[in-house]
Design a protein around this ligand. Sequence first.
Ligand code: 2BA
Length: 109
Amino acid sequence: MKLIIAIVQHEDSLVLIDALMEAKLYVTKLSTTGGFLKMGNTTLLIGTDEARIEQVLTIIRETCHSREQFMATALPFDSTGVGINSFPVKVNVGGATVFIMDVERFEKF
Ligand code: 2BA
């Protein structure tokens, strides 16, 4: 048994969950926040047999897309550091960040 942890963008999460459900996979959705952008994203927990890992990765690849986000970066605009000027910095986010872990034991009650 493996646990796949997939961090994806909200925009892709519903299509991804539908595709996983259609493939008869189990999935749990968590609302999470990225540490860098401090923006909401979605983390999915998918517990499955090792034999189905590639199928899950294919579904994630087909449904999750990379996008450009802009974050405001603040810089002092004079030598005294008085006053703040902010400008947007482009960041490329996703498609998906995926961790695959061994599950030592799995129980359902
Ligand atoms: P965030 O932490 O909000 O990061 C959003 C995007 O900002 C990242 O996209 C990456 O392009 C950039 N970024 C993140 N940290 C950076 C840094 N220290 N310096 C420069 N640029 C940086 P992705 O790599 O596609 O990551 C999307 C989201 O996946 C992340 O949102 C975070 O929530 C999660 N994530 C990515 N790698 C992770 C890791 N190694 N461990 C835990 N979570 C991770």
